[in-house]
Ligand binder design. Structure first.
Ligand code: HPA
Length: 238
């Protein structure tokens, strides 16, 4: 099984599947094996099925190591994101092209010295161009309107940002803000996987729109999540 889809907030399954527990040296990961026209695709709900793991406590290393152990080489992920770019509004779909990391307290590498060694992974292109370009092709066939390519600022959470923080992130070049893509993309790169994330805008960030609530975020995801995951599946089928 060399293909996986990671579902973020609002994306908790992608069809008929068999659940599986994978043991890794970092702990357990829980995945579903989805049969798509005879092809097995691994699905991983990043926050757990009932959104039970907050962003700062997700066991990213167990998740990514489990995918590696299953043989995964290609990963598409969904990401619910707030927008700090007026060109992207609620329900819009963006391709993530780069990230800015403001996380604080997460294990963010497999390389911790000693036996694991010291490795400085190249981040000049964190997101896989090949998967992005295949996503564009399939999105076009499904009439998904991709609004642009976005710089993702990853915050520690679980709280939302202050208005001043959002002004700062925006001034640094961020277009969208989320709480999970780091270290997920970093760990996938360390494992030599091709990883691509597609953002669905669920709200305007603090200070730009009104109050932000999890149920509004999940509601906004509903608009495009099925089309986006279908495009992922179609790439994997092709
Ligand atoms: N900030 C951080 N993470 C998010 C947001 C936000 O506004 N919306 C969805 N995930």
């Amino acid at each position: 099984m060399d293909k996986a889809i990671i579902g973020g907030t609002g994306v908790y399954d992608i069809g008929n599947s068999t659940s599986m527990e994978v043991d890794t040296i970092y702990g357990k990961a829980y995945v579903d094996i989805v049969n798509v026209d005879g092809e097995k695709i691994v699905f991983l709900a990043r926050h757990g099925k009932g959104h039970s793991n907050p962003p700062h406590l997700i066991n990213y290393r167990a998740n990514m190591k489990a995918l590696e152990q299953l043989g995964v080489k290609y990963v598409y992920a969904t990401a619910a994101v707030g927008s700090c770019n007026e060109n992207y509004s609620v329900g819009d779909v963006v391709v993530i092209k780069d990230f800015i990391d403001f996380t604080k307290s997460r294990p963010n590498t497999f390389y911790e010295g000693g036996e694991t060694g010291v490795v400085h992974t190249d981040m000049s292109e964190p997101y896989c161009r090949n998967l992005i370009s295949k996503f564009y092709d399939e999105a076009k066939k499904l009439s998904i309107d991709i609004k642009g390519e976005a710089v993702y600022c990853c915050t520690e959470g679980p709280r939302f940002e202050t208005a001043s923080e959002i002004r700062m992130y925006k001034s640094l070049g961020a277009d969208v803000v989320g709480m999970t893509n780091v270290p997920e993309v970093v760990l996938s790169k360390e494992l030599g996987m091709c990883y691509s994330a597609v953002g669905i805008i669920t709200n305007f960030c603090t200070g730009i729109g009104g109050d932000i609530e999890l149920h509004d975020i999940e509601g906004a995801m509903n608009k495009n999540k099925e089309a986006v995951t279908k495009a992922f599946i179609n790439v994997f089928k092709g």
